[in-house]
Ligand binder design. Structure first.
Ligand SMILES: *[C@@H]1O[C@H](CO)[C@@H](O)[C@H](O)[C@H]1NC(C)=O
Ligand SMILES: *[C@@H]1O[C@H](CO)[C@@H](O)[C@H](O)[C@H]1NC(C)=O
Length: 571
């Protein structure tokens, strides 16, 4: 998954996965308060929806779903359990890790910058390792390195929408200085009998190999799909997605049209995890939005011996302080998939493990009670960025000479948009805070979309970069979600001694290639079918790894998903 350049550089200290740690810390403090309140809590109406044991309550679980074609399913299962398969697929992952397909923020265009050429090696490698797949599928190239493999179903795509599985071939670069910190060199693909080490093991070459392996297994089983199966492998997920993800999406859109895809599977950020003493399969059904805000101030300069009370540096400072003092409000609404997760936890975690303070709020939150929505965000403050727009001032520039009054000052602020908001709302919020400061200092104010074009000398202008709306929330009542859930429940196991693996919606705090695919389907699910707890802290940093036992079973899950999606054709 892609975080972004700024965050990537100090990912070991921050890491996008701070959210997980925050969740844990948050819950400890929440629990402390909760136990005090426990016995005083008056039972609010509707609480029964949010207690374990209500079969007709919230977060109803889909029944287990097994493929109807038991011969094919047995073939795949037997293969996946054989030592030979295990050896082979581990080798395949090791081998692809050895190809350092790094994507760089400053890379040029494909065909000109030779750093892209490593992706030819990836393509050759995949072809050499999956000859049967490439005899069966049609291969398209989107902008040279975007690979689209189409396994045509017997029913036209217009009647049975294709299933689309995404993965990316590129990895986050390893800085030369950091190579020595790796237990095993990042591009060795070392397998120690338990773990496969290396850059890309989790993000995202394990997933890529699993996807193509699942198709390989199905072809070899003799399976003939009714529904077309499309695999698409990007080359720049970790940077912009403009070089491969967008061209792939364009090509698929031309071919299948709006809403022409049944479901999209892509890497997830959570996988299977334990929270509130319960195992969850966390399917990310949305992503936060994105915006970098630039603020530029200009004024006339002069000699430092005759300064104005406030020059552009002072005024910019005032703006930054104002923005930080008026952060975006936090609110838990039922639109946020994290609310769905809280519902699932309330309904399925052991009753004593789920904080009463949270439980008591859920009913009112679900009814749109504004006060309850804000209070719940307060209770969950330690994981607040799941529930609100974040803003982080990342760069500031101003002044060149100590004895000259600066003529320009500028800043760049990184924002991650909550699912309930939009780029224009965020822009309005900023304009409403900054316009009065401009007026106070007698400066012309140019809001977003003004292009900072006026010839005024004294002005403050705002502009946005890389705007991305929050992803549409994929429905959890769609047939495709039932198929995915049923597959999860029949193939994947809960952690520890838990009796059930609960499928829950979740929110992806980072962005994936799916940001280019919104028009192709409403059903976009980001889910990696393994326990990602430890792996998460390592994706993008040193010692990225994947556990062999879990990795080798991913293709069984993906093959079952394809079979189950095929079974519902025509239903
Ligand atoms: C169980 O959940 C349903 C649906 O949310 C609700 O109507 C019902 O009142 C709940 N049952 C109890 C005992 O609270
Ligand atoms: C804002 O200021 C930065 C830094 O001086 C500059 O690179 C950028 O071009 C300016 N942007 C606009 C829209 O004026």
């Amino acid at each position: 998954m892609s975080i972004d350049a700024n965050q990537r550089q100090d990912r070991s200290s921050i890491g996008s996965w701070l959210f997980r740690g925050a969740l844990a810390i948050g819950l400890v403090s929440v629990l402390a308060t909760v136990f005090n309140n426990r016995f005083q809590a008056i039972c609010p109406s509707g609480l029964g929806n949010y207690r374990p044991g209500n079969e007709s309550g919230v977060c109803r679980q889909a029944p287990k779903l097994s493929p109807k074609n038991t011969e094919v399913e047995q073939f795949v299962r037997k293969r996946v359990e054989s030592p030979q398969y295990r050896r082979e697929i581990i080798n395949k992952l090791s081998g692809i890790i050895k190809i350092p397909s790094e994507s760089y923020d400053d890379i040029g265009i494909i065909g000109q910058d030779t750093r892209w050429d490593v992706f030819f090696e990836i393509e050759d490698y995949i072809k050499a390792n999956y000859p049967v797949v490439f005899q069966t599928v049609e291969l398209d190239h989107a902008n040279t390195h975007g690979l689209i493999l189409t396994w045509k179903g017997s029913i036209p795509a217009s009647e049975a929408k294709p299933i689309l599985m995404l993965a990316h071939q590129d990895v986050v670069p390893v800085l030369a200085d950091n190579v020595k910190d790796w237990t095993h060199p990042p591009y060795e693909g070392h397998y120690d009998g338990e773990i496969i080490w290396g850059r890309g093991a989790t993000d995202d070459k394990g997933y890529l190999i699993s996807i193509i392996e699942s198709v390989d297994l199905l072809i070899k089983s003799g399976f003939k799909p009714k529904r077309t199966i499309v695999l698409a492998f990007g080359c720049d997920e970790e940077i912009s997605g403009e070089n491969c993800a967008r061209p792939i999406s364009n090509l698929l859109h031309e071919r299948y049209g709006d809403d022409g895809i049944y479901l999209i599977m892509d890497e997830g950020s959570m996988g299977i995890q334990k929270e509130f003493d319960q195992s969850f399969a966390m399917v990310s059904v949305a992503e936060k939005g994105y915006l970098d805000v630039g603020i530029n101030l200009t004024s006339s300069g002069g000699h430092a011996s005759n300064p104005p009370d406030h020059n552009v540096i002072g005024i910019l400072s005032e703006i930054v302080v104002e923005l930080e003092n008026r952060p975006f409000p936090g609110q838990v609404t039922s639109k946020n998939p994290m609310f769905g997760f809280l519902e699932c936890a309330a309904a399925h975690a052991p009753e004593s493990s789920f904080p009463t303070a949270i439980r008591n709020k859920l009913n009112k939150v679900s009814q749109g009670d504004n006060k309850a929505q804000k209070e719940l965000a307060q209770i969950l403050d330690n994981m607040r960025y799941y529930f609100k727009t974040s803003q982080s001032v990342g760069k500031i520039n101003g002044g060149i000479k100590i004895n000259a009054i600066p003529e320009t000052a500028s800043t760049l602020i990184n924002l991650r948009l909550a699912v309930e908001t939009s780029v224009s709302q965020v822009e309005e919020h900023y304009e409403s805070l900054i316009r009065p400061i401009a007026e106070k200092h007698n400066m012309v104010f140019e809001g977003f979309h003004s292009q900072c074009g006026s010839a005024e000398k004294r002005k403050i202008c705002l502009y946005g970069v890389d705007a991305l709306e929050p992803a549409p929330v994929s429905p959890v009542d769609a047939e495709s979600f039932r198929v995915l859930s049923g597959t999860i429940k029949s193939v994947l196991k809960p952690l520890d001694q838990d009796t059930e693996l609960i499928v829950t919606p979740y929110l992806m705090p980072a962005n994936t290639d799916t940001k280019f695919f919104w028009t192709l389907t409403k059903n976009i699910y980001r889910f990696t079918p393994i326990n990602l707890v430890d792996n998460l802290n390592r994706a993008h940093t040193t010692d990225e790894f994947i556990r062999a036992d879990e990795f080798v079973r991913e293709p069984l899950f993906l093959a079952s998903l394809i079979l189950n999606a095929d079974d519902v054709v025509g239903q």
